[in-house]
Design a binder for this molecule. Sequence first.
Ligand code: NAD
Length: 427
Amino acid sequence: MVAVKSVERPTMECETEHFLMAQRQLDEIALEMGLAPELHERLRYPKRALIVTVPVRMDDGTVKTFTGYRVHHDTTLGPAKGGLRYHPEVNLGEVSCLAMLMTWKCALMGLPYGGAKGGIRVEPWKLSQGELERLTRRYTSEIINLLGPDKDIPAPDMYTNEQTMAWIMDTYSINVGHTVPSVVTGKPVSIGGSYGRHEATGRGVAFCVRRAVEHCGIKTKNPTVVVQGFGNVGAITAKLLHQTDYKIIAVSDVHGGIYNPDGIDIPRLNAYVTEMGKVEGFTGSKPISNSDMLELECDVLVPAALGGQITKANADRLRCKIVVEGANGPTSPEADIILHQRGITVVPDILANAGGVTVSYFEWVQGLMHLFWTEDEVNSRLEQIMGRACDQVFELSAKSGLRPRMAALRIGVSKLAEAKKLRGLYP
Ligand code: NAD
């Protein structure tokens, strides 16, 4: 692998382990495809990164300050696009890494966007609804110069949702003096959101599961699936797969997991989670830890919670045939290689979870046109785009011997490199 370290460019603040992982992936594919060094070097770092202090009046009258981030990795192909995450482990490196992944993801899917990501370092579960609203509005106002439907369009990510997007949209609109629905995506349908957006990421993941099962020639009548994380992505993936012939044998959330080799009744589990707030204790299932569930024998493993779940420490013990990455960055580069050598197909995050940004794109387009589509239209366009990207990645991977992640990256990076070359360097 190349060690591209320029003497003129000392270590940057974003170069955490997380960020270096994304950079190493780029380095690997840059070497493989013979990317021009000046293009490679430009793509290794964020275009811009903003760190803000966000003071919030708490319910007890005191003021607490939080740290917020917004990073644009690249904007060559269009406005920056990426989610907003509330989590205590958010830092500049993580946000920069995720912004870079967004650049590759949008390019791979053929969407006219650059890559962005944002986050606030906070334990959102400790805040009241009023505190969350004030946090979101103040953060929006602190980063407002970066935002806009032609500049940067946030969307939900971990521990943010439709309500968060509604607050951002409202704060931005009040500041510019008129309503601008297209400044965010993933907002409620009643204020310009798109049908199908809420389910889009899970729908895309479920689509990739089916495509990968077909691609790998798995002929079982009811392929077995393990899903880590039972939030927006995990729960919807499980629901949609359960509706077809798949058997979901284990799911988990932050509190722990449940296992039933005969298959979990997902609609009943959903009702249970709505009532109890967790999957633990669901009738007919055995408890299982988040780490043990990753090692269960199954056809498909869907990590749909945090990054860094499959590493060189456990990659040897996985007993699935396919990994479909619902979460961003769940597999380390070392683990990716181990899984490949073991014949386990990994459908990478920039493909598997791209359903969310794809329908975000539809939402943005509908908002700009003031013309709205039916849910069937949204879903069939989504399947068209996901299908094309899956075919391209599997085809290139088979032809070149590249791991699917590297094939996906190569397609994304090639599109960007061509666009950068054509646009040239200003001034
Ligand atoms: P979410 O907040 O709706 O759900 C997260 C789930 O993960 C919850 O069930 C939570 O309990 C669980 N979880 C948290 N910590 C865990 C741990 N240590 N072990 C096991 N489970 C844990 O978030 P989401 O929107 O479903 O996002 C999940 C992942 O998918 C993230 O990596 C996110 O970046 C990625 N993603 C989300 C979208 C989207 O549209 N929501 C799009 C692309 C990628």
